[in-house]
Design a protein around this ligand. Structure first.
Ligand SMILES: C[S@@+](CC[C@H](N)C(=O)[O-])C[C@H]1O[C@@H](n2cnc3c(N)ncnc32)[C@H](O)[C@@H]1O
Length: 337
């Protein structure tokens, strides 16, 4: 693999690429699914090994340029679908079973740096935050939802402790005039927050994260994506997932641990399943984090956590407890205007 500093020149720095490659072992060849193509950092690194095939998905059509250049370089070994990964098992038909499925969650540097898309609190544009294939934008969310729903979104998806004050101020402001630009939203957040000194993160980070998660239904996507991926994996195949905030990590950890033989530790949160009722082998509850060197080259990687799991030989069964455990998030994401 190229040395890490050369990755800095890519449009999006592929987080923990070295670690991903050492887990998915493309040297051996095989069939891979990249659920979050972005600018194709992982996909192209895998395809650089001769006997590999990659099926890639991304919900964002702005990835087109990178999709086309990958198609040009690897005509017969690369297929792309502009689809959400919750649809994985509908997109990939027949009895295709693959060696490795990779998720690199969240937004790409391309999305955040395109200020017209309204993901960044530095944007002057309309709050939008749609990655693609959505039905609601951030503008519709903040200008239409009632106090309870707005508060729940900020509290649950942003873990924002001043959620109620922010939600109340959003509603008060929009009575006079719709909130139609990011600076207007940022001003409301600043006004609502107690002064916080020595905070490492921007005062708007949690609110923006919460709205973005809601707009893109990121929790439902993750849960459905993990279930679909489990269906499509060969025995001995690997799911690799890179997540960026605690809600995602909590969900991934529960899924891998709860459906594994020899769970990492007994807990009332992980009830024992009967005999062979498991989907994965010996999950070690191991979290891989980026090296100091990578964090220095790409500060965005600092919050990344990589987890991986191996598919057992048992037939797929529907993991009922999984959705039940996170129903509060799923119900909230279903709210309509
Ligand atoms: C962090 S970036 C991935 C970067 C990629 N690994 C690379 O090396 O360039 C995440 C990408 O996943 C896409 N994405 C996020 N959620 C998705 C979903 N539910 N279905 C499909 N694509 C999704 C985003 O549009 C974005 O392009």
């Amino acid at each position: 693999m190229k040395d890490l500093s050369s990755l800095k020149n890519l449009p999006h720095y592929p987080v923990m690429l070295k670690e991903v490659l050492s887990l998915c072992v493309p040297q051996k060849g095989g069939q891979f699914i990249d659920c979050t193509f972005g600018s194709g950092g992982y996909t192209n690194a895998i395809l650089s090994f001769p006997k590999t095939k990659v099926i890639a998905l991304d919900r964002d059509l702005h990835t087109e340029e990178f999709v086309n250049s990958t198609k040009k370089n690897y005509k017969n070994r690369f297929i792309f679908y502009n689809q959400k990964f919750s649809e994985l098992d509908k997109v990939i038909k027949d009895d295709t079973k693959v060696d490795c499925i990779i998720f690199d969650l969240g937004i790409s540097s391309l999305q955040i740096s395109d200020l017209s898309r309204g993901f960044s609190f530095n944007s002057k544009e309309k709050p939008d935050m749609r990655m693609g294939l959505n039905y609601l934008s951030a503008h519709e969310v903040i200008n239409n939802f009632d106090l309870k729903t707005l508060n729940d979104i900020l509290r649950l998806f942003g873990e924002e402790k001043d959620s109620l004050r922010i939600a109340k101020n959003i509603i008060r402001e929009r009575k006079n005039k719709l909130i139609s630009s990011i600076p207007e939203l940022v001003t409301i957040i600043k006004k609502s927050k107690k002064r916080e000194f020595k905070k490492k993160i921007n005062i708007s980070t949690k609110t923006f994260q919460a709205i973005r998660i809601f707009v893109n239904k990121e929790i439902s996507e993750l849960i459905e994506g993990l279930i679909s991926a489990t269906k499509l994996l060969k025995t001995g195949g690997t799911i690799i997932i890179v997540s960026f905030h605690s809600i995602e990590d909590k969900i991934v950890k529960f899924f891998f641990n709860n459906y594994s033989k020899n769970k990492s530790k007994g807990s009332r949160y992980y009830p024992d399943l009967d005999g062979e009722q498991n989907l994965f082998e010996n999950y070690k509850n191991k979290v891989i984090k980026p090296s100091e060197e990578e964090i220095n080259l790409n500060n965005r990687s600092r919050s990344a956590k990589l987890r991986f799991v191996t598919r057992s030989q048992n037939d797929f069964f529907y993991p009922n407890e999984f959705k039940e455990k996170f129903l509060h998030y799923l119900e909230l994401e279903k709210k309509h205007v």
